[in-house]
Design a protein around this ligand. Structure first.
Ligand code: C2O
Ligand code: CU
Ligand code: CU
Length: 430
């Protein structure tokens, strides 16, 4: 923390090697290390600055996914950092406690940059979250769980494996926080997992192998109003979920990704990895566990627009070739929204491939999924939502500014192969 109260972070994008498997060193990229990046953490109301340094031999950017901030600080494809150059965005945190993340966003190259290892978590806290009796000892009973699928070709990553259908790269195994076959010894009755799907194309349907229930406490943009008891939570690329699981002394609980239910028809499921199963993380409980306080009945107070004050509706048709029939163009502004207003965005996938939809700068409420009330995992603050083939989602969001007619934010499919291929558009707040 600097004298003026600004919390300063240093992030260096660098090349390295990591020994994922004994005796074999894989070329990687990372922030401040060989693979992935440090967890950044700040409080609501705090000023932050990140000093980004690019020591790679390619242009890149760092985008703060889920963060509400000025467009110039967003780290989208207009804020490129040249090899050897630095960039120091700064902003004030004006949003509730949440599990956000950061990753590169160079147009056309995002998939490659994330696959090589550039991603990290950005956690936000607020006064309310600090007081709630939730598991909150980082690395002890509050665990970051960055899930990625990978495939190796000898010592190297194989980043080019694609099945017939075209959701993008699909790996044949998963890692958590850059570790293959991960397990974690836990010593508390309640364990909080901050799940992040940092994979480039794969969708997960997380649950436990014994079918136990867990409590969903948070979604992309923060805590739910109240915990929801679930057995499964589906996360497409870019989405987050915070869950709390109860452990018994001495047991092992396995977090698995199950074959998908909401994933399109048989062929789409089959050829986009939708019927794959992965054991993602094993929790090993110590023989005696520290008692944890009961989960509170009420958590956050997400102030999400409900559509009633929307001044305008917009429609976004998703196809691999582009959004609303247009492939991304860096010099074209697709939508202009007015600062201080709410809007309702309807997003429809009329393609034969799964997609999702991510909007920069805002957290939205999912009003409807195919005309029906959304399931509990889509009832909190969201910035990314899965939109499989044939589905229509209706989203309400408020653009609080600041205005900047010259610098756009992005909306796009977060299956990075699609994003790179042009499934992205630009909006400005004026
Ligand atoms: Cu996580 Cu525009 O990205
Ligand atoms: Cu984003
Ligand atoms: Cu897509």
């Amino acid at each position: 923390v600097r004298g003026d109260g600004t919390r300063v972070f240093d992030l260096t994008m660098q090349a390295g090697h990591k020994e994922f498997r004994a005796g074999s060193k894989t070329p990687t990229w990372g922030f401040n290390g060989d693979y992935l990046g440090p967890t950044l953490r700040a409080k609501r109301g705090e000023k932050v600055q990140v000093r980004v340094r690019n020591t790679l031999d390619e242009h890149s950017t760092v985008h703060w996914h889920g963060m509400h901030l000025p467009a110039r600080m967003d780290g989208g494809p207009h804020q490129m950092v040249a090899p050897g150059a630095s960039w120091a965005p700064h902003w004030t945190v004006h949003q509730p406690a949440a599990t956000l993340w950061y990753h590169p966003h160079p147009h056309g190259r995002t998939e490659k940059h994330v696959q090589r290892g550039l991603a990290g978590m950005f956690l936000l806290d607020d006064e309310r979250s600090a007081k709630l009796p939730l598991p909150k000892r980082y690395g002890v009973d509050d665990l970051p769980v960055v899930v990625q699928d990978v495939r190796f070709d000898g010592a190297d990553f194989d980043h080019d494996h694609r099945l017939m259908a075209n959701s993008g790269f699909l790996g044949d195994r998963t890692m958590v926080n850059g570790t293959l076959a991960p397990y974690k010894v836990v010593q508390d009755e309640l364990v909080r997992l901050r799940l992040l799907n940092a994979s480039t194309a794969r969708v997960y349907d997380f649950g436990f192998t014994d079918g136990r229930q867990f409590s969903l406490i948070g979604t992309d943009g923060g805590l739910l109003e109240e915990p929801a008891a679930l057995e499964r939570v589906q996360l497409s690329p870019g989405e987050r979920a915070e869950i709390v699981v109860r452990m018994e002394p001495g047991e092992r609980a396995v977090l698995r990704s199950f074959p998908q239910k909401n994933y399109g028809d048989f062929w789409q499921t089959r050829f986009n990895g939708g019927d794959d199963t992965f054991d993602v993380l094993q929790l090993r409980a110590a023989d005696t566990l520290r008692p944890s306080p009961e989960l509170p009945a009420e958590l956050g107070e997400p102030k999400l627009p409900d559509g009633s004050d929307s001044v305008r509706g917009r429609f976004f048709g998703l196809q691999t070739s582009g959004i609303n029939g247009k492939a991304m163009a860096m010099d074209r502004i697709d939508e202009t929204v007015t600062r201080g207003t709410s809007e309702t965005w309807t997003v429809r996938n009329h393609d034969g491939v799964p997609h999702n939809f991510h909007v920069h700068d805002v957290q939205f409420r999912v009003l409807e999924v195919d005309g029906r009330q959304p399931p509990p995992e889509l009832r909190g603050a969201k910035d990314t939502v899965f939109v499989p083939s044939g589905r229509t989602v209706k989203l309400a969001m408020r653009f609080t500014g600041p205005a900047d007619p010259d610098t756009p934010y992005m909306y796009h499919c977060h299956l990075l192969y699609h994003e790179d291929g042009g499934m992205m558009g630009q909006f400005v707040v004026v």
